[in-house]
Design a protein around this ligand. Structure first.
Ligand SMILES: [Cu+2]
Length: 316
């Protein structure tokens, strides 16, 4: 309990998030809750802690499994299996202690499911569910943090995850206002198929999936990124989920993580932090001066020009 209290205290002392999340949660209805103080979090694309924790303590998310093409940038399209047609899937935001219900309607031609690491429940409840049917998952988001969710379909789960079926879920601490920050969700994932002459990737190579040998490693399902505009001196909080393959050696070129929150562990003054596949961590750095600061996987710098680099730009 002491360690947990420390996490909450540190989260309280901190404050974060980013605009990488391009989607809103399926359903988060704000309501007045004076226990959450106002702050000036900058959370483009997210509901954020205040709204999420001020809302009803029951959160419902409705996801739809869809097959289809997603745009990766660089004139490349990927025929993926997705949640809501997005790669990664939408960011699900809940608050510590919420009762969470996730429905997954399967419009695809084969069975799919959903496993969120934020809920500790009977694993059989994660599916799969047959085409045309809807899976309902319910549990309590008891642990704050950033978590991976992904398809759950028995022995072929790996192929489904690597075909696009994954996303982030944030569980904000309750009753503790995060520090003001620019916040971003970053999902590190990979593509296992090659582009054809038209720039289309028709799914993935299952042998390469088995070998953990991707064609592309990228952030947020994009081979190219618009820079994030931040302010010199500002705190940046990253909610990072590593889908894999491989450990993500998360590092900000020109920066230093002044806090890393990973489960009940909080460490400070970190140059590079290892996030295991299937794990998430909250990474915070302060923009030291005007200029450019780039989130990379320091073990995979060869993929930096192909989507595995996220620039934070502070104007002078
Ligand atoms: Cu699936």
């Amino acid at each position: 309990m002491a360690a947990y209290a420390n996490v909450i205290a540190t989260l309280a002392a901190l404050a974060v998030i980013d605009g990488c999340a391009r989607e809103r949660p399926a359903e988060v209805t704000p309501a007045a809750d004076p226990s959450i103080a106002a702050s000036d979090l900058r959370t483009p694309g997210l509901a954020g802690q205040q709204v999420t924790c001020a809302g009803p303590r029951t959160k419902t998310f409705a996801l739809t499994v869809r097959e289809g093409e997603v745009d990766l940038g660089m004139a490349t399209r990927f025929h993926a299996w997705t949640y809501d047609g997005r790669l990664p899937g939408p960011t699900l935001e809940a608050c510590e202690g919420d009762t969470v219900t996730i429905t997954v309607h399967n419009t695809a031609a084969i069975a799919h499911g959903l496993d969120t690491h934020a809920l500790t429940i009977d694993a059989r409840k994660f599916g799969p569910t047959e085409p045309g049917e809807t899976l309902t998952i319910q549990g309590t988001a008891a642990t704050p943090g950033v978590f991976m969710y992904h398809c759950s379909v028995g022995p072929v789960t790996d192929i489904h995850i690597k075909s696009g079926m994954h996303g982030p879920m944030i569980v904000y601490p309750r009753g503790v206002a995060l520090r003001p920050a620019y916040e971003a969700v970053v999902v590190q994932d990979a593509i296992f198929g090659e582009r054809d002459a038209d720039g289309v990737i028709l799914g993935g190579d299952t042998q390469r999936m088995k070998r953990n040998d991707p064609e592309f490693r990228l952030f947020n399902g994009r081979l190219e990124h618009e820079p994030r505009h931040v302010v010199a001196g500002e705190l940046v909080r990253l909610y990072l989920v590593n889908v894999g393959p491989g450990v993500s050696a998360a590092h900000v070129v020109g920066g230093m993580f002044d806090a890393v929150i990973d489960g009940s562990t909080i460490i400070h003054a970190v140059q590079t932090y290892a996030v295991a596949p299937g794990a998430g961590a909250i990474l915070e750095f302060r923009v030291p001066e005007p200029g450019e600061f780039v989130l990379v996987d320091h073990d995979q710098l060869g993929f930096l020009p192909l989507g595995l680099g996220l620039r934070f730009v502070a104007e002078r």
